[in-house]
Design a protein around this ligand. Structure first.
Ligand code: GLN
Length: 550
């Protein structure tokens, strides 16, 4: 039978429930079990697809084209397995389903209420992934903080499920904060006591407490937390701030979070967790042999969660190259042709980020021109690829007003235009070209050698595309569509051969990069940046040498 683990959060948000859930799943997986993780978000948007990244950070896209919370990215990066639409549910989706059923007359004249109709639908979705027995464990992360009004139906659903499923089949792991008061030099347990009390008032006694803390929890303090919060002593888990999110599984292993969960669920411990590859990755991450700086050009750079998957993919590919990747955030809104050299001259590679709308667009184009002309390794993703085409059309093909029709619907040179089947769509939510599509690569291209194959599949999230009417002109001047979807003829990757590394993708490679499978394009991008840095150093030595008196 599938066992259920619910992860709730108390005291404050941003304690890292997603990372704890992913770390626990990783440990269970490393013991030979199968596990999946799902996230329930208490907001009323049907999915995060229509949300501005400033709200909840990046929108993560799954293989099946679901626009989801960024925590699903962590689940995939940790577990190296795919998630799907079923792994992310919002209050909006629950209500939409219940209201549609009510309109169909499915409730046969009864009053439709939060309890039981909304809670029943939450419960149905919470157990959906456990239905076909594919997983030994389904871990459910509840968004929000216990005590929020909007979290109440979820807490009630968990309370009922614990009862329905019976003892040893469902447990609650509560993530909480033990603040350290510097002036008093003391760790404080009161906020945790209050948040556990609030859960008890709602009928749930957490089984395990994961305590985020800046200082180690000494034995007596753990005992005090256990006694006052009604959990066993080994169920108080210390979660100190870690140097990297990828260290957390090992920290949780040291604290025996997996062992305690298995015991509470009456499951055999199985093997000791096999984490050899994970440890190898961490070693490379901690002890890099070189360092490069990548300029990340975007318009949401002040918020680190806005480009989460890109930042993580750079960490994975840095580790493969035994190289620390320092990311310099460059706000595209403040880039101009006048300051582009000053802002970009001392970075080793340029990545132009995905995005929507006009803000900061000219800055992106300026950065791309600089990367192309100065032969700096360049990686453009989605909007980054589209703007690479606009830049090329303007400055190489001579179409001065070239643009994407997203930014300028009156341009006489729409090198990027709306996909035909997008033109009749009126609703914004869930209607882009989303999820996995095949792509055929040209043998001998940079991308084909990075992937080591010519047939790939990558995830998408866009409405606009390269306008094939301009294809011949681009090819003639050296910007080549080396990746295409054969069914639709849509351009997926552009490369410039006379450049050391110029790769622009219509898809989002970052979504598929994981610790155990770093994305090949990111790996070669970092490698190219390292080589460019080496070449630059050699050139400096060379000129210094020339200047020396002979
Ligand atoms: N705004 C562009 C489009 O809709 C690019 C989207 C993106 O970068 N994800 O096509």
């Amino acid at each position: 039978m599938t066992k259920y683990i619910f992860v709730t959060g108390g005291v404050t948000s941003s304690l890292g429930k997603g990372i704890i859930a992913a770390s626990l799943a990783k440990l269970l997986q490393a013991r030979g079990y199968t596990a999946t993780i799902q996230k329930f978000d208490p907001y009323i948007n049907v999915d995060p697809g229509t949300l501005n990244p400033y709200e909840h950070g990046e929108c993560y896209v799954t293989e099946d084209g679901a626009e989801t919370d960024l925590d699903l990215g962590h689940y995939e990066r940790f577990l190296n397995t795919y998630t799907s639409q079923a792994n992310n549910v919002t209050t909006g989706r629950i209500y939409q389903y219940v209201i549609n059923k009510e309109r169909e007359g499915a409730y046969l004249g009864r009053t439709v209420q939060v309890i039981p109709h909304i809670t029943d639908e939450i419960k149905r979705r919470m157990t959906l992934l456990g239905k076909d027995k594919k997983f030994n464990f389904v871990i459910t992360e509840l968004g929000g903080t216990v005590g929020d009004i909007e979290s109440l139906p979820y807490i009630e659903a968990v309370r009922q499920l614990k009862w329905d499923l019976g003892e040893k089949n469902a447990i609650v792991v509560h993530l909480t904060l033990i603040p350290y008061l510097k002036a008093a030099k003391e760790l404080k347990t009161k906020p945790t006591q209050h948040s556990v009390k609030m859960m008890s008032e709602n009928g749930i006694n957490p089984d395990i407490l994961v305590c985020r803390t800046e200082e180690p929890l000494y034995k007596d303090l753990k005992r005090k937390i256990a006694q006052f919060c009604n959990v066993t002593e080994e169920a108080v888990i210390e979660a100190m701030d870690a140097d990297s999110i990828y260290s957390v599984p090992l920290e949780m292993m040291r604290e025996k979070l997996d062992v305690t969960c298995l015991q509470k669920l009456g499951m055999p411990l199985g093997n000791e967790p096999q984490l050899l590859r994970w440890k190898e990755f961490l070693n490379k991450l901690r002890y890099p042999k070189s360092k490069i700086t990548v300029g990340l050009i975007g318009k949401y750079v002040e918020l680190q969660d806005a480009y989460k998957s890109i930042l993580e993919a750079l960490i994975h590919s840095g580790a493969v190259n035994e190289c620390k990747v320092e990311v310099r955030n460059i706000h595209s809104e403040y880039l101009t042709p006048q300051n582009v050299v000053e802002k970009l001259h001392n970075i080793d590679a340029i990545l132009v980020a995905p995005g929507f709308g006009n803000r900061g667009i000219e800055g992106k184009i300026d950065a791309i021109r600089y990367a192309r002309e100065q032969k700096i390794p360049f990686f453009g993703i989605c909007l980054g690829m589209q703007m690479a085409c606009v830049e090329f059309a303007r400055n190489v093909l001579g179409h001065k007003d070239a643009h994407s029709t997203e930014m300028d619907s009156n341009t006489t040179n729409p090198v990027i235009s709306m996909m035909e089947d997008q033109k009749k769509i009126v609703n914004m939510g869930g209607t882009m070209r989303l999820g996995a599509y095949d792509c055929e690569l040209e043998a001998g291209s940079l991308s084909a050698s990075a992937y080591g194959m010519t047939h790939i599949s990558e995830r998408h999230r866009h409405r606009f595309e390269f306008n094939n009417e301009y294809l011949e002109q681009f090819k003639e001047k050296g910007m080549l569509p080396i990746g295409k979807n054969l069914e639709t003829g849509l351009v997926e990757i552009m490369e410039i051969k006379s450049h050391p590394f110029y790769v622009a993708t219509q898809f989002h490679p970052e979504y598929k990069s994981t610790v155990e499978n770093p994305h090949p394009l990111f790996v070669s991008f970092v490698k190219a940046a390292k080589e460019a840095q080496e070449a630059k150093k050699e050139a400096i030595i060379e000129t210094e040498f020339e200047k020396m008196p002979k």
